[in-house]
Design a protein around this ligand. Structure first.
Ligand SMILES: [Ca+2]
Ligand SMILES: [Ca+2]
Length: 349
């Protein structure tokens, strides 16, 4: 009722205090829950287990897809697909590693290495609604700021047992943030609890970051059997890695720059150069080599033939830096449509 009496001017003043671009009001109502264990032993915003920003993280170039690990599965574990209305539309945009924490020096202790990825950046549409992944019940909010949330799937004021989910890059629902700030300031005897699948805010930008912990340990959030069992796959972002490679070839046609090997990765074609690579009358045995400064993850190669009808590649093979190889057959002769060769994602350099 108070908001309904705001004049236009007052509403504008209210907006200035909020995060730019984030909603300043919401219809959501949140309740609180009494915690069972001792209260957090330090202010939550300074606690490296509650506020992920205290630990921090670094981007890492790892496989941007779901992975299959061995081991047991908890069929009730929080499912990260539930963060979005349509999880298939949210491919992995980036991968990160979270810093370990030294409780002796109270400083960062290097990046954690038990898993190669401990934080996922999921592609999102700025402003789209986000929900809590649920368990038997909705989670308790152990920490909330304007752009982050820490959700706990027990009623303890710590991350020691059970599951914890960290979300970054969120416009936290203003009603949830207000309730959290109020309960946190008055001693954390109770904290907000979310209903199952209850909205908790919106994507602040084109990426929402999520980490998941089991009994305190940061897990690999790409594990399909653990955190994504409700959907078989995430759509993958396709990036043309060839344009970032160093390229060499066995020969160049008459050593003419118009047929240089760099033309093989320029994303252009023409029937008579200068956009094509051609070998120097080599026929069988001609090769093209792409290499990268850091390993890349690939699962598909698009091969374009020369853009004429009298040259055509009939067969060939890939040789990867891991020692594996893969044969391919005839390329479409026109050079305008590629031969698509797909395979299980692999690391190569
Ligand atoms: Ca070209
Ligand atoms: Ca051709």
């Amino acid at each position: 009722m108070i908001i309904a009496t705001f004049s236009t001017t007052q509403t504008a003043l209210f907006s200035q205090a909020a995060v730019p671009g984030c909603p300043t009001s919401s219809p959501e109502k949140y309740t609180s829950y009494k915690l069972q264990s001792p209260k957090s032993d330090r202010p939550a915003d300074q606690h490296p287990d509650l506020n992920l920003k205290i630990r921090g993280y670094e981007q890492t170039n790892k496989y941007k897809g779901l992975i299959d690990l061995d081991g047991d599965t908890d069929p009730q574990a929080p499912q990260l697909a539930q963060i979005f209305q349509n999880p298939q539309g949210h491919p992995i945009a980036n991968t990160y590693q979270v810093y370990d924490w030294s409780w002796e020096t109270m400083k960062r202790n290097g990046l954690m290495s038990n898993w190669e990825v401990t934080l996922l950046g999921l592609a999102a549409s700025s402003g789209e609604q986000l929900m809590a992944p649920d368990y038997w019940w909705g989670p308790v909010v152990l920490y909330a700021s304007e752009d982050s949330l820490t959700l706990k799937y027990t009623t303890d004021d710590n991350v020691i047992s059970g599951y914890t989910v960290h979300l970054e890059g969120v416009c936290t629902d203003p009603n949830l943030l207000t309730l959290y700030n109020s309960l946190n300031a008055s001693g954390r005897n109770t904290l907000p609890i979310l209903a199952r699948h209850q909205p908790l805010g919106w994507a602040k930008s084109a990426e929402v970051k999520v980490a998941i912990r089991d009994t305190g340990e940061f897990m690999d959030p790409r594990s399909r059997k653990d955190w994504w069992s409700t959907i078989p796959a995430l759509r993958q972002i396709e990036t043309n890695l060839a344009t970032g490679a160093s390229v060499t070839a066995s020969t160049v046609f008459e050593n003419l720059s118009g047929y240089n090997f760099t033309n093989a990765i320029d994303k252009k074609y023409a029937s008579a150069g200068p956009y094509e690579w051609a070998s120097n009358h080599e026929l069988k045995g001609a090769w093209l080599k792409l290499s990268w400064n850091t390993p890349v993850y690939i699962n598909k190669v698009l091969l374009f033939d020369r853009n004429n009808l009298y040259d055509q590649i009939k067969r060939g093979s890939f040789k990867f830096s891991d020692g594996s190889s893969l044969a391919f057959r005839t390329l479409p002769n026109s050079g305008e449509t590629p031969l698509e060769v797909s395979f299980s994602a692999k690391t190569t350099s």
